[in-house]
Design a protein around this ligand. Structure first.
Ligand code: 1HE
Length: 270
């Protein structure tokens, strides 16, 4: 039985645009602007950054979801009007810092998606490590229709999930993918019934939190970088990361546990 979720203490307690609960090693962070469909205003982006650089010590995995009928409607368009070039660059860099704190932070992050996952909402989802989509989830990149471009890391992250050609199609034509299509093209890794996304995400988060922290670190930090490297550089990076991971006391105990018959076998799931 999971402990009840408790509100955080410390710097996270002041974040009023996020509804945050901590239960054991799992933190659940909910975007909490449902009246504006969780549109990402500057204060909300800053709060996401503050949250992920100040995770409580005991946290080992995180879940992000959205309050209300939608995960996230993307950039708060009311803030975009009359922004000059210089502040536009800084604004985009602020998003990059926040989403980097999620992708390259201390713990794996799982997104539970429902309703609109559009524009910056899809950029946020793409910064997470695993995405679970409820049947109601749909994906779009309306930047093309709004006369703007992605600025929250979408051009770097989204093609790595579904390819440049598909992203071009979404941006140029306004095409929208439903949950099934999103699963098929790689935007999500799981598709669940409506109302089941958060429970699935929390269950996966608990399982991930039980991994050796250095294994999770290697997957989060080494894997995407190796994918960006040449094969030769990637293989070398892999050797270094593998040696670091397997030399931890945690790894040695887990290997011993298997050899002594104390650890679970790998079996086919249903
Ligand atoms: C917003 C936003 C927003 C809703 N910025 N205020 N994103 C978009 O182009 C998506 C724009 N939003 C929508 O298409 C729809 O709102 C939804 C499909 C997400 C939801 O529809 P619905 O019928 O449930 O809600 P609504 O009535 O459209 O919106 C409710 C309120 O939220 C309303 O405000 P109100 O004061 O009239 O009640 C909307 O104005 C407000 N709202 N979405 C501001 N996005 C770093 S670059 C990233 C670039 C992008 O993300 S571009 C994509 C922007």
């Amino acid at each position: 039985m999971r402990d009840p979720f408790r509100p955080p203490t410390g710097p996270l307690a002041a974040l009023d645009l996020l509804a945050i609960g901590v239960s054991g090693p799992v933190i659940h962070v909910r975007l909490n602007r449902p009246a504006k469909r969780n549109a990402l205003s500057d204060p909300l982006i800053r709060q996401l950054h503050t949250c992920f650089v100040n995770l409580p010590e005991e946290v080992r995995a995180a879940v992000i979801s959205g309050e209300g009928d939608h995960f996230c409607a993307g950039l708060d368009l009311s803030e975009l009007v009359e922004r000059d070039v210089g502040s536009g660059v800084l604004h985009s860099r602020m998003w990059h810092a926040a989403f980097d704190a999620i992708q390259f932070g201390r713990v794996p992050v799982i997104a539970a998606l429902h309703g609109a996952v559009v524009g910056g909402g899809l950029e946020l989802a793409a910064a997470c490590h695993i995405r679970i989509a409820e049947a109601s989830a749909y994906y779009g990149l309306p930047e093309g229709q709004r006369g703007i471009f992605v600025g929250g890391g979408g051009s770097a992250r989204i093609p790595r999930l579904m390819g440049v050609a598909r992203m071009t199609d979404l941006m140029m034509t306004g095409r929208v993918y439903d949950a099934e299509e999103g699963l098929a093209v790689g935007l999500s890794q799981y598709r669940v019934a409506d109302g089941e996304g958060v429970a699935k995400a929390l269950a996966l988060a608990e399982r991930i939190a039980a991994n050796a922290p250095m294994s999770n670190f290697a997957v989060m930090h080494a894997l995407p970088r190796i994918a960006d490297q040449s094969q030769s550089e990637g293989l070398f990076t892999e050797s270094l990361m593998a040696a670091v991971a397997e030399s931890t006391p945690d790894a040695q105990e887990r290997l011993r546990a298997f050899l002594e018959g104390r650890a679970a076998k790998v079996i086919k799931s249903r």
